[in-house]
Design a binder for this molecule. Structure first.
Ligand SMILES: Nc1ncnc2c1ncn2[C@@H]1O[C@H](COP(=O)(O)OP(=O)(O)OP(=O)(O)O)[C@@H](O)[C@H]1O
Ligand SMILES: [Mg+2]
Length: 547
């Protein structure tokens, strides 16, 4: 006889027993790939990225010339330790726990400011990863330069997303900066285009004011010296521009403002709103702008946003943007990429999504050590066998090594018809294209912060800037190509000169050596290949600001 199978009916009551809350730390513990913490090589590079960007941000805000030391030690198979030390402002005993042991906590998320970090998740994500893969807390030493430095260990309570601080103690010395030591398993060090060394090389190019010292797991010490002692002006927080805000933004801001009236809230907390705009907004909404902003309703906020759309505001100010500058990018590329030709361009600021100012900087380096050397690449460019284009992407001066295909910068580079600029095959050319995108809010496509969204205004500006640089580079390349062709012709003629001179000497009875000299002069004259011609090529290098 067949046994009857009892069916369990899943009712709402049954499911209710499964209903649980979870913290953001538990969420990211399960979804670490969202933070870019996946792939053995990528994970280690991402860890370096998170710590280095934090050190640079902290130094920049404090007006300090950064000196950052990064040491990687191989502790076992796929088991590494990172030690990073900076000379920044450091963290205090009160803030160190939240900064490094709580996800979604930090000093950047709530401010519209040009910084490398913006989410409050980078360093704390690394603490969580160390804990998840080795069971160990991170070790920290911090000091503000005044009084004694302190040391402690930090981990995260994932259930509560709260820091756990152990062994807090004062040290018997002064120190200014932050030192973090963390261990990770399931990661790998590689000296590839996606590895920590390449990441640091690019960081050095975009941050010529930083000194970066790297000790690799092989025991090598690599120093990227600063090429300028100019400290970038500390970034300036910006207020939101009315053209870029949503109803939800207005309501949230209104409920937290210090202002007593909606009118003063709009004037104080947004950019570009003055008395004239207030008078215009008052005519477009059905309530009195003297109202308490904390009592603003959703539909009233909606009326404000609709009014914003009808009023013409001046574009957001770009005061808060801090470009690297043409001369500094040039110096940096010359020192690290060592090309034969460089052209750099810093474009004026623009605005995307109606409210966020941004700026694009490009550097094109050609020849010399520019481009990436490949073994199997069948290079077609004359004397540059086995070299292909290298696209260096940066957001607020931080290198972007991953998710290239998804990024506005890569898309813009590939959308250009390079043939028009004398570059027949972009994949086979000794070219380094450096692009730095800066903004008070970078529209990343994900929490891993590796690709910039292809907003229309951003794409348009990137393409324009790239084309301007390509045009300048094309002039150099075509002049160089013409010179190479002439030299090839000269060599061909020179090959036959001794034979011709010999024959002529027999016929005319003139001195063979004199004839050789004459014939050589004839060839050079015909090809116009004397020194002035070479000078002309050099003259084609455009003069740039700051030179
Ligand atoms: N080296 C450092 N020196 C001083 N403060 C630091 C340093 N590293 C981190 N912090 C502080 O810790 C906070 C949290 O860092 P974390 O990397 O988690 O987030 P973030 O940098 O704000 O944003 P993102 O998640 O985009 O990196 C920072 O906002 C900063 O205030
Ligand atoms: Mg960070």
């Amino acid at each position: 006889m067949k046994k009857k199978v009892k069916k369990t009916i899943v009712t709402g009551d049954v499911l209710a027993k499964e209903f649980k809350e979870h913290s953001v730390a538990e969420f990211f513990k399960k979804n670490r790939q969202m933070l870019g913490l996946y792939g053995k090589v990528r994970t280690l590079t991402t860890v370096v990225h998170e710590y280095v960007t934090n050190s640079l941000d902290a130094c920049e805000e404090a007006g300090i010339l950064p000196e950052i030391e990064i040491k990687l030690d191989e502790l076992g198979p796929e088991y590494y330790q990172i030690t990073i030390k900076d000379n920044g402002p450091g963290l205090t005993k009160d803030t160190v726990g939240k900064a490094l042991g709580q996800l979604l906590a930090g000093t950047k998320f709530h401010r519209l400011m040009q910084m490398r970090g913006q989410q409050g998740i980078g360093a704390s994500g690394c603490t969580m990863l160390s804990q998840m893969t080795t069971g160990k807390a991170i070790k920290v030493i911090s000091g503000t330069g005044k009084g004694k430095a302190f040391a402690c260990e930090i981990s995260i309570d994932p259930k509560k997303n709260e820091p756990q601080i152990y062994n807090m103690r004062d040290l018997d010395r002064k120190f200014r900066g932050l030192m973090i030591q963390a261990k990770f398993k399931g990661v790998l060090y590689r000296e590839s285009a996606m590895g920590p060394l390449e990441y640091l090389r690019r960081t050095a190019i975009a941050n010529p004011h930083a000194k970066i010292i790297f000790r690799s797991p092989k025991g090598e010490k690599i120093i990227f010296n600063r090429t300028t002692t100019y400290i970038p002006k500390p970034p300036k927080p910006m207020k939101p521009h009315p053209a870029g805000v949503t109803v939800d933004d207005v309501i949230t801001m209104a409920h937290h403002t210090k202002a007593q009236k909606v009118s003063s809230f709009l004037k104080n907390d947004f950019e570009r709103i003055g008395d004239t705009a207030i008078a215009q907004i008052q005519k477009l909404v059905s309530f009195d702008l003297n109202k308490d902003p904390r009592k603003l309703t959703w539909s009233e906020a909606e009326q404000i946003v609709n009014a914003f759309k009808k009023i013409k505001f001046i574009a957001p100010s770009a005061d808060g943007l801090r470009p690297i500058g043409e001369a500094r990018i040039r110096k940096s590329l010359e020192s690290i990429v060592q090309p034969e030709y460089v052209y750099t361009l810093t474009r004026p600021p623009k605005v995307y999504a109606g409210g966020y100012p941004f700026q694009v900087e490009i550097g094109i380096a050609y020849g010399g050590k520019a481009g990436i050397t490949t073994e199997n690449n069948q290079a077609k460019e004359d004397e540059n066998q086995g070299v292909k284009v290298e696209i260096m992407r940066f957001a607020n001066r931080a290198p972007l090594l991953f998710d290239a295909g998804n990024c506005a910068i890569t898309k813009a580079v590939h959308s250009i018809d390079w043939k028009r600029y004398g570059i027949r095959d972009l994949e086979n050319v000794p070219l380094t294209i450096f692009v730095n995108f800066i903004s008070v809010h970078v529209p990343y496509t994900g929490a891993g912060k590796q690709a910039i969204a292809d907003e229309d205004e951003i794409m348009e500006e990137l393409r324009l800037a790239l084309m301007m640089c390509a045009r300048k580079t094309a002039r150099y390349i075509s002049a160089k190509r013409a010179e190479i062709e002439k030299k090839m012709k000269r060599d061909m003629f020179y090959k036959y000169i001794p034979e011709v001179a010999e024959a002529l000497s027999k016929i005319t009875k003139k001195d063979k050596n004199k004839l050789i000299k004459k014939l050589e002069w004839l060839v050079l004259n015909k090809l116009k290949l004397e020194k002035p011609e070479e000078k002309k090529v050099k003259r084609l290098k455009p003069k740039q600001k700051g030179e």
